[in-house]
Design a protein around this ligand. Structure first.
Ligand code: C2E
Ligand code: MG
Ligand code: MG
Ligand code: MG
Length: 292
């Protein structure tokens, strides 16, 4: 009897697995169609320079609204895209769309903003990646210095020597390179000095605990000062409260990003947001820089 129950449990488990696989396969097909039929969109979240108090750039975040399933989180569909070959055309679409957007905003009267694009480790290991990026820059006419590629620690650690070579080629083009979700992986700050990156993005899990956990506060302070010793720019992501913002400003973090400053927005809504934010910043007279 016990054996039979065990067998039933196994069968039940395997049904669940099949259902999960079927769902995944379904999403994979739907994602391919969405990409073909341009049903994906990019939303843009502002990044604020703490010295000037102004929006200095944006991070492009992929969005997928399925006609019947509704919004599907990037965490889910990016993972599916990475497990299939879809991330390569998807990544190229993100890059192209983001780079072109900077020019479209300029035509609408906005200043040249920096565009941050997330790169998947799978895209990064494509041999033609640097060529692809160069081609997109040429086609869209974006100044390479306005492009920031966000890489993860796990991406960098995968194949250290090869990564360093690719990063050097990208830096030689003038592109900025950020380490995303910094502190969540296995790498250490000393490791950072080996990679020719320009920017460190403090992960939102640290930002969240900044004002409630003294250990996290100490950690963030030392990330900022050591990054500065290495001449890296520091962005904190996931800023949700004024207390977090003040802490980061007081400890000379360079830039902030998070719901407290602005949520990711579609391109057209971002124009209005930018103008309102800029008027407020002008009235404040250079943000809170004089307080520091
Ligand atoms: P990420 O690159 O670390 O992006 C930051 C995530 O935090 C975004 O989630 C953003 O919407 C969210 N966020 C921003 N401010 C706040 C805040 O104040 N509080 C909280 N709790 N969250 C905040 P999202 O858009 O769901 O994206 C999740 C992840 O999916 C991204 O993490 C990134 O790794 C990946 N992703 C998104 N778009 C792309 C893409 O185009 N290509 C690739 N390869 N990955 C992407
Ligand atoms: Mg990112
Ligand atoms: Mg991040
Ligand atoms: Mg993250």
């Amino acid at each position: 009897r016990a054996k039979e129950q065990g067998k039933n449990r196994y069968l039940y488990f395997s049904d669940e697995m099949n259902a999960a696989n079927a769902h995944r396969l379904h999403l994979e097909n739907e994602l391919r169609l969405a990409l073909e039929h341009r049903q994906l969109a990019l939303h843009y979240q502002p990044q604020i320079d703490l010295d000037s108090g102004r929006i200095i750039g944006v991070e492009a975040l992929a969005r997928w609204r399925h006609p019947t399933l509704g919004w599907i989180s990037p965490a889910e569909f990016i993972k599916i895209a990475e497990e299939t070959a879809l991330i390569v055309p998807l990544g190229r679409w993100v890059l192209e769309t983001g780079c072109r957007q900077v020019g479209a905003w300029r035509a609408a009267g906005l200043p040249p903003l920096r565009m941050a694009i997330n790169l998947s480790p799978v895209q990064f290991t494509e041999h033609s990646m640097a060529d692809c990026i160069e081609a997109v820059l040429r086609e869209t006419g974006l100044d390479p210095r306005l492009l920031e590629l966000e890489l993860t620690e796990s991406l960098l650690m995968r194949n250290v020597e090869e990564s360093i070579g690719t990063l050097r080629a990208l830096r030689a083009m003038g592109i900025c390179l950020a380490v995303d979700d910094f502190g969540t992986g296995y790498s250490s700050l000393s490791y950072l000095s080996r990679f020719p990156v320009t920017t460190v993005k403090i992960d939102q899990s640290f930002t969240r605990e900044l004002t409630s956990d003294p250990n996290v506060a100490a950690l963030v302070r030392s990330i900022i000062s050591m990054a500065h010793e290495l001449r890296l720019r520091v962005i904190a992501e996931g800023v949700e409260t004024e207390g977090q913002l003040n802490f980061l400003a007081n400890h000379r973090c360079n830039e902030v990003q998070g719901y407290f400053l602005g949520k990711p927005l579609p391109a057209d809504e971002f124009i209005d947001f930018y103008r309102r934010f800029d008027r407020l910043a002008a009235r404040r007279g250079g943000g809170d820089s004089e307080e520091r």
